[in-house]
Design a protein around this ligand. Structure first.
Ligand code: ZN
Length: 88
C-alpha cells in the first residue's frame, strides 16, 4: 500500500512534514472569515443569504494561503485574481 495515498488518514508523521512559511517569513496562521452574499435571484430563496467562507491567513501580514482558497474563489481572493474578471 502506498503510504502517500492516504494523506487524509489520522496518523501523521510530524517529522516528515515541512513548515508552511508565508512570503513574509512568518510561520503562524489564523482562521479568517469572509462573508459572501448570495442573491435571492441566484438561489431561488425568498431572501438573500450570507455565505461564510473560512480561509487561512498569515498571522503577521494577513496574506491568504492560496492552498486553502477553494478553486471557485481563487478569482476573488487568490494572488492571481485578475482585474479583468467580469463583475456582474
Ligand atoms: Zn505573512
Amino acid at each position: 500500500m502506498n503510504q502517500f495515498e492516504q494523506q487524509q488518514g489520522p496518523r501523521v508523521d510530524i517529522s516528515a512534514t515541512t513548515p508552511l512559511v508565508c512570503a513574509c517569513g512568518n510561520e503562524t496562521f489564523k482562521e479568517v472569515m469572509y462573508m459572501r452574499k448570495e442573491s435571492r435571484l441566484m438561489s431561488g430563496l425568498p431572501t438573500d443569504r450570507l455565505v461564510p467562507i473560512q480561509l487561512i491567513a498569515c498571522d503577521k501580514c494577513g496574506e491568504l494561503i492560496e492552498d486553502f482558497i477553494p478553486a471557485p474563489l481563487q478569482q476573488f481572493y487568490g494572488k492571481n485574481s485578475s482585474s479583468d474578471v467580469e463583475i456582474l
